[in-house]
Each structure stands twice: as C-alpha cells, then as structure tokens.
Design a protein around this ligand. Structure first.
Ligand code: GLN
Length: 498
C-alpha cells in the first residue's frame, strides 16, 4: 500500500482523502515509512515533525468525517525548506550558527499551509543560508540526487527537490533568490516556480538577499504546483514588500493548458555556448512541440542578460553581508567564547568563525568590500544599473511575446565534489535563472526529457511578466501534457536509483 500511496500526485491524494478512500493519517504514515526507507541514502530531510504531522493529519480526518468541506490539498503531506520558521521546530537554514534554534512563531507561509490543512512532514536540507547550487554547502552534509546518488540534487533547495523525486513527499516549499527553486527542479526532473517578487509572503523566512528572495511551490507536476501556489500566495501586511493584489488564476491556467496563438520568445543569450549538448537538444525538441501545439515561437534578444551573473554576485553579497550581521552569538543559536570576559567583539567573531561555512564567509567579505566607501559606486552602484537594464530588456521582450523560454540550467546534475572547490563554476549554474530574480518577475522550471549523453533530467524555464504567473502554468501544463502523451507517463516515473 505504501508504494501505491507515495506514487500518487497531490491532487489525487486530496481527492481520495476527501472521499474517504484514504485517510490523511494513512497517507502521512506512508510517507514517513518511505522516508525511513530511503532518506538515509538521500538525506533530503534535516528534521522530521512526525508527531505534529500525524496529529494534524488526524485532525483533518476528523474534520472530513464531520462533514467539513476543506481546501483542495487538505490532508496532503509536504516537505518544508529549512529556511522557513516553524514554531518550536529546529530551523537552521543549513547553518551551524542556527543549530538548535527554535523559532517562537510560524512564517506566514507555514500559517497558510496549516490553514489549508496541508501536513508538514519536516524540514529539508539546503545550502547554508541558501547560498549554493548543489546542497554541498549545507553544514549538515549534502543531499543526493534520487536519479543517481553520486550526483547533486541542485541547490540551494536540493532537499525539497530530492524529497519530491524520491517520493518522500508529493509537495514541497522552496525559496529562490537566484535559482534555488528552479535549478534543483531542473536537475531532479520535478517542477518548481519562483512567483513574482512580493507575491508570496516572506514573513518568517530567513533573509538572504531581501531585494531578490522569493518563496515558491514545488511538486512533481504542473497542476499540483499550481494548487500549492494558490494556497501560499496573497497579500500579507506583515511583509512590507508584499503585493496587495489578487493572485493570478494559476490553477485555472494549469487546467486550460492551451498554447494556441501564444507568443513565445526564445532568449538569444541563454542556451547556446556553454550549455551541454543534450540540454540543447531536448530544449530544441520542446520548442518544436510548442510550435506543433500552435504557439508562435520567435527569437528575442535580451542583451543585458550577459551581465546578470556579474551584477547578481555584487548585489547578493552586499545584501547578505548586511542581513547576516544579526548572527552574532547574542540572539540566536550558537554562541562561542562565553568564557572570555567582557569581550563582546570576541564572542561575535569566535561565534561567526565557528558558525559560518566558507561560502557564507566568502560572500560576506565580498559584500562588505562592494559596499565599502570608495568602491560603492563602482561595484554596487554599477550592479544596480545593470539591474535596471535587465528589467528594461524584459519589458521590451514582453511587448512582443507572452512568455520567454530557455533551458533552466546549463548542465544536468553534476557529480558531488566536482564544483565544490570552484566558486565560479558553481555560480555559473544560475546563469539562466538569475535575470528573473533581478527583475522581480516570475518563472517556472519543468522537466522536458533526459539528456542522451548521461540519462539525467533536463529542465525548461518559462519566464512571465510581473503578476503574469498564470501564463507559466498555461504554457507549462500544455507542454507537460504533450510530453506525457509522447512518453506515456511523466518523466519523474523513470527515476530509478532507489
Ligand atoms: N545558487 C544561487 C546562489 O548561490 C542561488 C541561491 C538562491 O536562489 N537562494 O546564490
């Protein structure tokens, strides 16, 4: 039974729970059984919330028995990235500096999940403070890719995407500052969406770079992702960047799945040189499918995208050097040097020395330098100008087309250890995902096949205008339906390493 339950998608689980064919307790237990069986090898989870999950599931079952009409994902289990605060539950953001820290409150997204009767299974592994593209920078050891356990599951949200691909959870939450939802989705054959900046509340989300961070939904198919998107999005007065507008009809768009007459732009600057041959091949095939479905596909030039990576690696470190200053051994988590008398400075520096990993230290130093007087205009100021140019490129492109597409990542999942000592090689994974974060619009990654040379999943990125997130789901679902028809199943059903 466990095997049958864990293979179900979120929507079907919810339907079966609503009709009494399955109970939420049964479904939740089946996922914990699966986690017990495989997570020693995958290491998607840092912490399980078994007790609260099973008691929440029992409450859902009782409500259903009592005849209450619940939301479309009621009773369905979910894996939560460890960057979101959950009351009383360890929340580390993958860092030693927050080891054993238990937040006194729930993030708004967690609150919304509860309101929607979604069951939280536990907290997933991630690169420390969401800096990285492989989950190797987690202070708690890497997560493995369920397609090949010697490979990375992407990052920073590799725990969430691996949990989906390993059938440990049918839904997951990620956060995306430069690609941390989309690149893991691409390399694990799953679906992930970075909503429009401000569309999902960040209250209770540990900040990396506040002008870029966005929380978003992840699942194994487009419709489940849409249902989760709808559950977590919406205005929150507790987040000053939250958009006070109604959420686009993402579920309706996923059900529509019709690209006839939709104008699609191929970004000239993304997908050429430097992209793996098999990634390029699967991408071209997906473009042919979209054309055959009636979309009008044109090439569109976004010249400033060439400078996106450089600008991002000035803006992100600058913001994170300021955001992470609060981890000083005084208020949260780790504290080292208590025995040193009257030496606040020393406690701070000893705590940071012991608590932060090398990538976090590197970025704090880069950011502090970029913001220092004398360099501010040359570095941070120039990067902000590039950011404006990128927004203008998007605006000009969206005058001509409805959505833009590109490969999500330049390569399929690489081997654990291959790039961990080469920061630039690691940064290049996000070359195609970063422009969207800089401009604040929305994007999705969905699986389009396995690369012929290594048999690993390839992702396609769809980019839409600000608050045009519904377009992602329409185009994504149309492509997913066509691919499913071609293969006879979803790509994820081919995952085999476990
Ligand atoms: N890999 C990117 C980085 O290291 C993206 C991080 C993210 O989206 N959180 O900054």
């Amino acid at each position: 039974m466990t095997n049958e339950i864990i293979k179900l998608n979120a929507k079907d689980i919810a339907t079966k729970i609503a009709t009494g064919e399955l109970s939420s307790v049964e479904v939740t237990q089946a996922h914990f059984d699966r986690i017990e069986k495989v997570d020693e090898r995958v290491h998607a989870f840092l912490h399980l919330t078994k007790e609260s999950a099973l008691s929440d599931a029992a409450k859902v079952d009782a409500k259903i028995k009592g005849g209450e009409k619940l939301g479309p994902l009621a009773g369905v289990p979910l894996a939560l990235k460890d960057i979101l605060a959950m009351e009383g539950v360890p929340t580390t953001a993958g860092s030693k500096i927050l080891e054993n820290w238990r937040p006194p409150y729930d993030a708004t997204v967690v609150k919304k999940l509860r309101e929607n009767d979604i069951i939280i299974l536990g907290k997933t592994n991630m690169d420390e403070f969401a800096m990285g593209s492989s989950t190797e920078y987690s202070a708690y050891g890497p997560t493995k890719n369920p397609w090949d356990l010697e490979r990375i599951p992407g990052g920073s949200g590799g725990g969430s995407s691996a949990a989906l691909a390993a059938y440990e959870a049918p839904l997951a939450i990620g956060s995306d500052t430069g690609g941390s939802i989309r690149q893991p989705a691409a390399v694990t054959g799953t679906v992930g969406v970075k909503p429009t900046y401000g569309a999902v509340s960040r209250y209770g989300v540990i900040a990396l770079a506040s002008s870029l961070d966005q929380v978003g939904p992840c699942a194994r198919n487009v419709l489940d992702t849409a249902l989760l998107h709808k559950a977590i999005a919406g205005h929150d007065p507790r987040d000053s960047t939250s958009i006070n507008q109604s959420v686009p009809d993402v579920v309706g768009a996923a059900l529509k799945a019709d690209v006839k007459g939709v104008k699609i732009g191929l970004v000239k600057q993304l997908g050429g040189e430097g992209y793996q041959a098999g990634v390029q091949q699967r991408f071209r095939e997906a473009v042919d499918i979209l054309t055959s479905l009636g979309a009008e596909v044109h090439e569109v030039s976004c010249p400033s995208f060439e400078y996106a990576l450089g600008a991002y690696y000035l803006i992100l470190p600058s913001e994170c050097s300021s955001n992470l200053a609060k981890f000083d051994g005084m208020r949260y988590g780790l504290r080292v040097g208590d025995n040193v008398e009257n030496a606040v400075e020393q406690v701070m520096s000893m705590t940071r020395e012991a608590g932060f990993g090398p990538e976090v230290k590197r970025r704090i130093m880069l950011g502090t330098y970029a913001l220092s007087s004398g360099y501010y205009d040359a570095y941070y100021g120039s990067a902000q100008k590039v950011r404006t140019l990128i927004s203008r490129d998007f605006a000009a492109a969206f005058e001509k087309v409805d959505v833009l597409i590109s490969p999500t990542a330049p390569t399929t999942a690489f081997k654990i250890g291959d790039k961990v000592d080469d920061p630039l090689a690691m940064y290049l994974n996000d070359v195609a995902t970063i422009p969207v974060n800089l401009a604040g619009n929305s994007a999705m990654s969905l699986p389009i096949g396995l690369a012929p040379e290594d048999g690993l999943p390839v992702g396609l990125q769809i980019m839409a205008p600000v608050m045009g997130d519904d377009r992602l789901y329409n185009v994504g679902a149309a492509l997913e339906n066509a691919l499913k028809e071609k293969w006879g199943h979803l790509l994820i059903e081919e995952v085999q390493a476990l």
